[in-house]
Design a protein around this ligand. Structure first.
Ligand code: SF4
Length: 238
């Protein structure tokens, strides 16, 4: 993240506004929904407040019993793309960071292929504590923890959310649809574009489907108007 502070940033944007580029000024400092001033620092502070003062040492569901660490999520609070998985696994529980195991490496590779790195995007999960034995989160656990994720999304306000796997898809969108039916098409979460795609753990088991995930990523990049170096070819196997 840039080391420029908020006052310096404001001066730069004031300069551009005085040059007649008022849209840059508005985009940087106005939240479209609330009309309030929102910048990187406010987002960072709001996330820190959520982590320390609201989640704290959360014991609202049974998943706290076996956890080593709460895995809050990490990345750029001012990102365009947010990735949401289902929950921490063993490696994530130990390190307190999302997607750091083998599946995480696959996600990191995808992010790189999309022209970004992990510091450009934000990565989180439906539940913040590891379900025992890596089982799926139960509906009441997901429902309880989603309050925190919803607040994270509200603060970050990404342009696109890529949901990874059925658990993330179904809990975020409140649907029983499955990834295989809905991947590749944009959905909506409170005005934010949502692209469902396969969970990296599935891709470790079924690498033949990696090209489908790349197709989904390309659709996201096109929506964001970004350059795409490696265009997918229909039916290609990665
Ligand atoms: S999974 Fe979420 S709701 Fe449950 S204890 Fe952990 S932080 Fe709290």
């Amino acid at each position: 993240m840039s080391s420029i502070n908020r006052d310096e940033l404001r001066l730069v944007l004031e300069f551009y506004r005085n040059m007649g580029l008022s849209s840059i000024y508005m985009d940087e400092f106005r939240d479209e929904k609330s009309g309030k001033t929102v910048g990187v620092e406010e987002k960072t502070e709001a996330l820190e407040d959520l982590r320390k003062n609201i989640i704290g040492d959360c014991r609202k569901c049974r998943l706290h019993e076996g956890r080593k660490n709460i895995v809050f999520g990490e990345g750029n609070p001012d990102c365009e793309i947010m990735f949401i998985g289902e929950g921490p696994g063993a490696d994530e529980d130990i390190q307190g960071r999302p997607f750091v195991g083998k599946a995480g490496q696959l996600l990191t590779n995808l992010i790189k292929k999309m022209g970004s790195d992990r510091n450009d995007v934000y990565i989180a999960n439906i539940v913040k504590c590891r379900p025992p034995g890596n089982r799926n989160p139960l509906p009441d656990e997901a429902r309880t923890c989603m309050v925190f994720l919803k607040r994270q999304i509200e603060i970050i306000s990404p342009k696109v959310i890529m949901v990874l796997g059925n658990v993330a898809l179904q809990n975020l969108l409140g649907t029983d649809m499955r990834i295989t039916k809905v991947r590749g098409k944009f959905h909506d979460y409170n005005g934010i574009k949502v692209m469902p795609t396969f969970h990296p753990s599935y891709l470790l088991r079924s690498p033949k489907d990696k090209w489908l995930t790349w197709e989904d990523a390309v659709a996201v990049l096109k929506y964001l108007g970004k350059e795409i170096e490696d265009q997918p070819a229909a039916g290609r196997r990665a």
